[in-house]
Write a protein that binds this ligand. Structure first.
Ligand SMILES: Nc1ncnc2c1ncn2[C@@H]1O[C@H](COP(=O)(O)OP(=O)(O)OP(=O)(O)O)[C@@H](O)[C@H]1O
Ligand SMILES: [Mg+2]
Length: 329
């Protein structure tokens, strides 16, 4: 029987698929699929080393990009020695998800944009602004956000800036509050979509979804503010006419970024109605039924037994596809 070691920690929710409760749900799903799961909760590199030494496993699946004690924000790591994928590579261990270089590129939104841009994937115009740096002379409105966060941390209606003064104020807010560069992007006013890349090779599927929010929950702009995340406010619906275009841009992005196993691309329509990718998530959320991956999976592969059974199949698809990639089946 195959054993999967699930790794999470204080940062599981901010960085990756979710907190300890979500990790337990993933373990239950793996255990129900004829495989076995164990959980290691790590707050430090030492605890990670101990966990890797003391568990027996065939495959690792980590909720963490880098080891951190922060539970609210991601940030970049303090050093280059605490990225999980680097540690797994150094020990030659098989793991689910992209390699270390890709994980680092995905956390750093400007790097992600640059790689996609060079590969011909449509992205918004973007400027990474360090503290003290002069502001660019750009077409407004623009969108201002932290460079390395998730779950819409730092995003409110103030993120849409219409004047140079608003731009300066929001950039300063990001620097002061999150201690990281601000990312200033083209504001994409149109509908939001998300496309899940599931599995690799013959196991690979691209599953698109339209991100719907009750319009009465929006304030001045139709954007996913931080207070709309993790509260069940978003529902994933069929994409219809943009299905092929959304899959095509995602396929190109995933190839350019060298993504594996379970990665999600978020995108929106620009003012001319063209899709542009705003970010790519290397460890998408996996809260049963609620997170976008399970919702998308149920949209495309509903079973007679309901969404919890769909969730188990989603988890098994990810695990089985990764095992096959390492010739471990
Ligand atoms: N350039 C943009 N124009 C319009 N809205 C945007 C733009 N960038 C981000 N948003 C809005 O802010 C939300 C969060 O942005 P983004 O996906 O970049 O960050 P995130 O916090 O990393 O998200 P996730 O939780 O998916 O990792 C998006 O879902 C979207 O609604
Ligand atoms: Mg997003």
């Amino acid at each position: 029987m195959k054993n999967v070691l699930l790794i999470t920690g204080p940062a599981g929710d901010a960085q990756g698929w979710g907190d300890m409760a979500v990790t337990q749900e993933i373990a239950d799903a793996i255990n129900a699929s004829g495989k076995q799961a164990e959980i290691a909760f790590v707050s430090s590199l030492k605890e990670l080393d101990t966990a890797l030494d003391s568990h027996k496993f065939d495959l690792i699946w980590s909720a963490l990009y880098h080891v951190s004690e922060k539970s609210e924000t991601i940030g970049m790591s303090d050093g280059d020695d605490n990225w999980l994928a680097d540690i797994f590579d150094a020990r030659d261990l098989p793991y689910i998800g992209p390699d270390a270089a890709t994980m680092k590129a995905l956390i750093h939104k400007t790097t992600t944009h640059g790689i996609m841009d060079r590969a011909g994937v449509p992205v918004p115009y973007h400027y990474q602004i360090e503290a003290g740096q002069a502001l660019p002379d750009i077409a407004l409105p623009a969108f201002v956000k932290p460079s390395y966060e998730s779950r819409s941390v730092g995003i409110s209606d103030n993120s849409v800036v219409n004047t140079p003064e608003e731009l300066a104020a929001q950039v300063a807010f990001i620097h002061e509050t999150y201690d990281q560069p601000a990312l200033v992007e083209e504001y994409l006013p149109g509908q939001e979509y998300t496309v899940l890349m599931l599995g690799n090779g013959e196991f690979q599927e691209f599953l698109p979804g339209k991100v719907m929010v009750d319009p009465s929950l929006f304030g001045d702009y139709p954007i996913l503010r931080s207070d709309l995340r993790g509260v069940g406010a978003t529902k994933i619906k069929p994409v219809n006419s943009l299905t092929e275009e959304s899959i095509e841009v995602t396929r190109k992005a995933m190839e350019a970024l060298n993504c594996l196993d379970h990665v999600r691309a978020d995108m929106r329509l620009d003012s001319a109605g063209h899709l542009k990718i705003i970010e790519v998530n290397g460890i998408p959320g996996l809260k049963p039924i609620k997170s976008w991956s399970p919702q998308i999976y149920t949209l495309h592969h509903p079973s007679d037994q309901g969404p919890m059974e769909d969730y188990r199949r989603l988890i098994d698809h990810i695990v089985s596809s990764a095992l096959a990639r390492y010739n471990l089946t």
